[in-house]
Design a protein around this ligand. Structure first.
Ligand code: IMP
Length: 432
């Protein structure tokens, strides 16, 4: 029966693929429940000419696992052109994508929302969010404003035209009068969206019914969150967040699987922290240590190529993630990146205007003023990549993991020690 939510515990790019790999063939369905092509995971595809690296932005990672049904849930926003170009690229590499299904209730990213995303960011100037520019925010805003275009709308041309007209009625005023851009033509948008109908039709299904029936039949469903807890529109560092619910609650609303059916919540946390885009980040490093984390950890955005901001592990954020997601097990990734430091600082609390905070400050102002209170842990020099059990780790790396676990509010289920699929140490079962 199990339905498991898999989410990022920090600001994204924690390496959720590690947890997916650990679950391996135990999973029957992988559901993307939020976000769109703002996400990015690099996957390695075995081909007759050797392994090929490929960056996926929209398709769920389960697309590559033979036998798994990949599902794009109702909580996702879909750029149809990106969807089909990712499908085509995978097919040309011999990957079977025929099991993919898409919710009729997912929203489409119309071309005007890509324009709006970029124009609004430019307009915001130094108040910008640093979005990925893919039209994610404007499309979720349309959803809440009830002027969104859903996948099912493209199957009824009359309705589609009415909805596009309704949305452009508002947007063209903004584009022309506020942002000084040309108005967008309804026909052009309708034609572009209709151009995807024939390819969308066979993919679209009632995914909520499909997934609940699968659970009734004893199948395992993995609900994979895009972005991460601190980018969640409700629980993250608002307004420097994405526009969807990336926390475990979003797994329910974004898939139609009820909270009573979720059996476990796996959170992935890096052994340090990174962030792309703007917004507060208490443990951020602006020195050589930050540069070293970026270089050794290859911390450059998969979607935009931007260098990621890097900093030390923040246990306050981990505890907060454990709380708002109901985490049943953490997977700690990239421990190997920390090899070679004499001491590794860990943020255990914040100091805000002279007052110690052991939990996330309540207000944005306090979080912006938060200074990390560090505990210094002894480092290690040994190569970790061959370690396959906890005892294989050097004593100081063991102490680092144990201390992080004590501080982070939920048990650690596994520790990643390298980029390879098998470079992981399992500490306890991920499910059950
Ligand atoms: P948006 O999701 O494009 O609206 O961007 C909002 C914020 O979320 C920006 O700071 C982005 O850099 C960040 N963001 C969006 N997707 C990801 C991701 O997959 N990993 C890390 N950061 C992300």
């Amino acid at each position: 029966m199990p339905a498991i939510a898999l989410i990022g515990a920090q600001w994204g790019d924690e390496g959720k693929g590690k947890a997916t790999d650990l679950l391996g063939d135990q999973v029957d369905y992988v559901v993307k429940f939020n976000g769109g092509n703002n996400a990015g995971h690099t996957v390695v595809i075995p081909t007759p000419d050797g392994p090929q690296k490929y960056a996926l932005h929209l398709l769920p990672s389960g697309i590559l696992t033979p036998g798994v049904v990949p599902v794009i849930g109702n909580g996702v926003v879909i750029d149809a052109a990106v969807l089909f170009s990712e499908i085509d690229a995978l097919v040309s590499r011999g990957v079977d994508v025929s099991r993919l299904v898409v919710s009729a209730n997912a929203h489409l990213i119309p071309p005007y929302n890509r324009t709006m995303d970029k124009v609004v960011e430019r307009f915001l100037g130094n108040r910008r969010i640093g979005t990925t520019g893919r039209g994610i925010g404007p499309t979720y805003a349309d959803k809440m404003n009830r002027i969104g275009i859903r996948v099912q709308d493209v199957f009824d041309e009359k309705i589609l035209r009415q909805k596009v007209e309704g949305a452009l009625d508002q947007k063209n005023h903004l584009l022309v009068k506020v942002y000084n851009r040309r108005a967008i033509d309804v026909d052009v948008v309708v034609d572009e969206l209709l151009g995807h109908v024939e390819r969308l039709r066979p993919l679209v299904t009632d995914t909520t019914l499909l997934l609940n029936t699968a659970l009734d039949d004893g199948r395992t469903v993995l609900l994979e969150g895009g972005q991460a807890t601190m980018l969640d529109v409700d629980h993250g560092t608002y307004p420097f967040v994405t526009s969807s619910n990336a926390t475990s609650g979003g797994a329910c609303t974004g898939s139609g699987i009820a909270p009573t059916r979720i059996d476990g919540v796996i959170a992935v946390a890096k052994a340090y922290v990174s962030r792309v885009g703007e917004g507060p980040f208490p443990t951020e490093l602006h020195d050589d240590d930050g540069e070293r984390l970026r270089q050794v950890g290859h911390e450059f955005g998969t979607t935009t190529g931007r260098p990621r901001r890097c900093g030390w592990y923040d246990a306050v954020i981990a505890r907060y993630s454990a709380r708002v997601n109901g985490v049943t097990g953490f997977v700690l990734t990239k421990l190997d990146v920390l090899t070679g430091w004499e001491q590794v600082p860990v943020c255990v609390a914040y100091e805000v205007d002279g007052v110690r905070h052991d939990e996330m400050p309540m207000t944005q102002t306090d979080f912006h003023h938060a200074r990390p209170v560090f505990e210094m842990l002894p480092g290690w020099d040994e190569d970790l990549s061959k370690a396959r059990s906890f005892d294989d780790l050097p004593p100081n790396a063991q102490s680092y993991v144990r201390r992080l676990e004590e501080l982070s509010g939920a048990p650690f289920a596994a520790v990643g020690v390298g980029p390879g699929r098998d470079e992981i140490i399992s500490l306890r079962p991920l499910i059950g």
